[in-house]
Design a protein around this ligand. Structure first.
Ligand SMILES: Cc1cc2nc3c(=O)[nH]c(=O)nc-3n(C[C@H](O)[C@H](O)[C@H](O)COP(=O)(O)O)c2cc1C
Length: 177
């Protein structure tokens, strides 16, 4: 088992694709990404380093579509997370969103995961500059300058995704490896 686990929620598959790309780029340092709908708490909590990906849906919400499985996307996994001890864990977040059509809530769902993991004692790495994005509001901004994780916009800035991931992974490697 690798030290890094990648977990994602996804509605239309973009976050899944990005999670796979991140896995490839980590070249053996991370295990294959797991859809949070199918991941068990045992699998999740086995990793000291967790890369967590989510799209923002609804009105700045985490995905949580009722597929009938026991662990049904981020919204349902939140109950498990809010009861967990994450001290000693390192978390990095990546969030998919659309800054044109959802400018009023760009990648806000990353903030929901951030607040939970911080409250449960994890340290978060991989903050990301807001430079290069245009939107009116995001709950995922830590302050005027930085997001809590890496925002990716496959609808409007598809061509920037790969270079953003490369630089973000360099930052994370410096912090944890
Ligand atoms: C119903 C709906 C609501 C959305 N709401 C938001 C939002 O509030 N903020 C945002 O940044 N993107 C929003 N998006 C855009 C998605 O986050 C974006 O398309 C993302 O790439 C989807 O990822 P997925 O394919 O992994 O589900 C929304 C998309 C849909 C279809």
């Amino acid at each position: 088992m690798a030290n890094i686990g990648i977990f994602f929620g996804s509605d239309t598959g973009q976050t899944r694709k990005v999670a796979k790309l991140i896995h490839q780029k980590l070249d053996g340092a991370a295990d294959a990404p797991l859809d949070i709908r199918r991941a068990t708490p045992e699998q999740f909590f086995a990793y000291p380093i967790l890369l967590l990906g989510t799209p923002t849906l609804g009105n700045g919400e985490l995905p949580g579509i009722d597929s009938g499985s026991q662990y049904d996307s981020w919204l349902e996994f939140v109950d498990t997370l809010t009861a967990a001890d994450l001290s000693g864990k390192t978390v990095a977040l990546f969030g998919l969103g659309d800054q044109v059509n959802y400018s009023a809530n760009f990648v806000s769902a990353m903030r929901i995961l951030y607040d939970i993991v911080i409250a449960r004692g994890a340290s978060v790495v991989g903050n990301w500059s807001r430079e290069g994005y245009q939107f009116s509001f995001s709950a995922a901004l830590l302050d005027d300058n930085e997001f809590v994780g890496l925002p990716l916009d496959q609808e409007n800035q598809y061509d920037l995704t790969e270079e953003r991931i490369d630089s973000w992974l360099e930052k994370i490697k410096m912090a944890v490896l």
